[in-house]
Design a protein around this ligand. Sequence first.
Ligand SMILES: [Zn+2]
Length: 263
Amino acid sequence: MKIMTVDLEEWFHTPFFKGKKERYYTHTVVEQLLDLFQESNVKSTFFIVTELVKKNPEILKKIAEAGHEIAFHSYDHELLFQKHPKQFLKEASYSKKLFEDISGKQVLGHRAPCWSYRAKNKWVPKALKKAGFKYDNSIHSIALRHKYDYGKPYYEDDVLFIPMPVFDAKFLNIPPGGIVFFRFLPLRISEFMFNQAEKDYGYAVFYIHPWELYTPPIDLSSIQKTIKYYNFSFRKDTMLKFKYLINKYEFFSIEEFIRSTEK
Ligand SMILES: [Zn+2]
């Protein structure tokens, strides 16, 4: 099964722009993204940063009304391993209730910012359970092979951990469903790796950010070259490649994936 996920965050939530809390624009492009999904019949999980909802609560409503899954992507996009466990629990519980009150839907899932969950953060499964979450999708083994080979979904403290499937490139685990690999590699290679990961794991997870598809309202020429290249290059190509994939394949939300495994 192919799974679609969106990290709904602002361009300034990426680590390179830390602290620049200005020019929220995601709320102005959400509808375009929802239209795109509707045209291609995609059901997605939206991992949402709470700050965006506080600023524009109606985006959450629109996403839920379009039939997508609402999930939690931290309060302010600070890395999970930099959060104090008590602070995390407070923010996760608060956000879950806020998202549920606005959307009228149950919120089951969590994804840490920038895949910042580490096995040594032993407090995380318990905190997720306490806050009422049923699954986590934060494990991303973009690392040397075997070092972080988490393999298939597993339970810890009654929370289902769903790692990101990887393409086994012999010396490197490549998560083919998004960001750098999808934007920088030729489409056919990404597509092949994505399909292979799906064959090996039984599922593959695609992930995209609004700022990868829609130009943020900032002066890109003032941004340092390498950062600009890493974050904002190939947006037009990314959109074309993205459209190709969602038109060719069927995509489901994580909630739908979990339900399909329970049958
Ligand atoms: Zn993020």
